[in-house]
Design a protein around this ligand. Structure first.
Ligand SMILES: [Zn+2]
Length: 105
C-alpha cells in the first residue's frame, strides 16, 4: 500500500470516529454514537477499497506503458535503410519489401 493511501485511510477513519463522537454528544445518546460510528466505518471502508482498486489499476497501466515503451525502443533500434530506394525496414527483412534490394545500411 502506498504511503498517501495510508494517510488518506488514517484521516478518513479518524474523521469518522470524531464525527461519530460529535454526533453522539450532540444527540446525547450512546446509540446514536454507535450507529453513526458503524455507518461511518462502513462508508469509509468502501471508499478506501475503491481507492485501493483505482491505485492497482493505475499501477498496472504504468507497468504496461513501461513495457510498451521498452518494446517501441527495441523496434526503433532494430531498423535499417535500403541503399536502393531509401526505405526504412526492420532488421528481420533480408531483402527490401519495396524494391527487392538486398543492400542495407
Ligand atoms: Zn528498397
Amino acid at each position: 500500500m502506498k504511503n498517501y493511501l495510508k494517510i488518506i485511510s488514517g484521516i478518513t477513519f479518524a474523521s469518522v470516529v470524531i464525527g461519530a463522537i460529535i454526533t453522539g454528544v450532540v444527540w446525547e445518546s450512546f446509540g446514536v454514537f454507535f450507529v453513526s460510528l458503524i455507518g461511518g466505518i462502513l462508508v469509509a471502508f468502501i471508499a478506501v477499497c475503491q481507492h485501493l482498486a483505482i491505485a492497482e489499476v493505475l499501477e498496472n497501466q504504468e507497468r504496461i506503458l513501461f513495457r510498451l515503451q521498452a518494446i517501441e525502443k527495441n523496434i526503433k533500434t532494430a531498423q535499417k535503410q535500403c541503399i536502393n530506394c531509401k526505405r526504412i525496414v526492420t532488421t528481420d527483412y533480408s531483402s527490401c519489401p519495396q524494391c527487392g534490394g538486398r543492400m542495407f545500411r
